[in-house]
Structures are given as C-alpha cells and as structure tokens.
Write a new protein. Structure first.
Length: 210
C-alpha cells in the first residue's frame, strides 16, 4: 500500500462517515422525527433539526472559502451542541460502527502506533455511542480550534503536539474534498473510505501482509 509505510507513527481518525455510515444514521433520525410527530412534538423537532442543518451549511460555506471560522460561527455552533446531543447519540448508537473498525484500531495499537480523533464537529459523545471512548486517544475538534477541513492547521498541530513531522501522520477520512485535501496541504498521508479502500476488514487484511 503506497500510502502506508514504516514512517507512519500516528493515525488521525475522522468520525462522521468514516467510523459509521452517515446515511444510515440519517434514516434513524427520520424514524425518530416520525415518532416525535406522532406524539405531538414534530414542530419543535423539525425546528431543532433545521437549526442544525442551517449551521452546518454555514460552516460548509466557510470550508469552501478555506476552512477558517470566525468567532460568531464558533459561538453559534457551541450554542447548538446540546441540541446535537439530544438527537445524534441514539441514532449513532443504533447505526453502529462500520465492520472491522475495532479490529483495525487494536491492530494499530499492537503496532505501537498512536491514534487520535480529528473531527470538524464535537466527537466525544459520538465515540461514547460507538463504544470507542477507551480505545482512541485525544480528540481534536475543528470548530473549537477555529479551523475545519480542508484547512491543514489542525493536522499540523497534531503532528507538533506529538513531536512528529507531518509526513509521519496518516489521516483516515471519507471525503476527498475535505479529509484528503487537508492531509495533502499539511504534508500528511491519507486513506479515504470509498476511494482508497471500501471496508476496514479488507484494509486490515492488506496491512497484515505488508
């Protein structure tokens, strides 16, 4: 595998779309919204989800402009974290991890490779819902630090914090326009789900024979 070699000392994990399927999670949200509607809380529920959708659209616009967030965007997101936590954890828990993630994480641990989480959005409650809190290390959240992918600043900070060159960092994500571009700009390696590999079990099998 040309993107993985003995120089890799740290793996940075994206969360949404990488550790679990966002499409399947959204189906869980739709099911819950239907239940909220039946019980008379549909209007309030739709309003909450619309606020989350609108804010993410604003952040995506900043992403396309270079990934630098201003103070107002950061504050706006922080004001909606509680709303996220009312909706997303149960849907993520029911969706579950992509097959092979735990085995892959443990394989990296056995090799002595450090692992962190780098998500544009809050990730602690998502890792808890997926049962990964104890397996993965420090969490870097782009919206707290003021940068979202494809801006390379956070990956550069990760390398600096661990005393590594960026070439020793491999970022695993699911979006070419965000994860791969951020890694390339930072000088890191990357593996993109859906492009470079299609399931973690096959990726693990490939690495075990390198």
């Amino acid at each position: 595998m040309d993107r993985w070699n003995d120089d890799v000392r740290l793996v940075s994990w994206d969360v949404d779309g990488t550790l679990y399927s966002v499409e399947k999670m959204k189906l869980r949200l739709v099911a819950r919204l239907s239940l909220e509607t039946v019980t008379g809380r549909g209007r309030a529920a739709r309003k909450q989800l619309e606020l989350l959708k609108r804010l993410r659209k604003t952040i995506d616009q900043a992403r396309q402009a270079g990934g630098v967030l201003d103070h107002d965007m950061i504050v706006s997101y922080q004001s909606l974290v509680a709303t996220e936590k009312r909706w997303y954890p149960e849907a993520i828990r029911k969706t579950g991890l992509r097959p092979g993630v735990v085995e892959f994480v443990k394989f990296l641990q056995a090799r002595g490779i450090q692992q962190v989480v780098y998500s544009d959005y809050e990730a602690d409650y998502k890792l808890a819902a997926l049962g990964l809190t104890e397996l993965l290390g420090k969490i870097y959240v782009g919206v707290r630090l003021g940068y979202v992918k494809p801006n390379p600043k956070v990956l550069e900070q990760i390398a600096h914090d661990y005393g590594l060159t960026t070439g020793m960092v491999l970022h695993i994500g699911d979006r070419v326009e965000a994860d791969e571009r951020a890694a390339t700009k930072a000088g890191c390696k990357s593996l993109i789900f859906g492009k470079d590999f299609h399931d973690f079990r096959s990726l693990l099998a490939e690495l075990q024979h390198t």
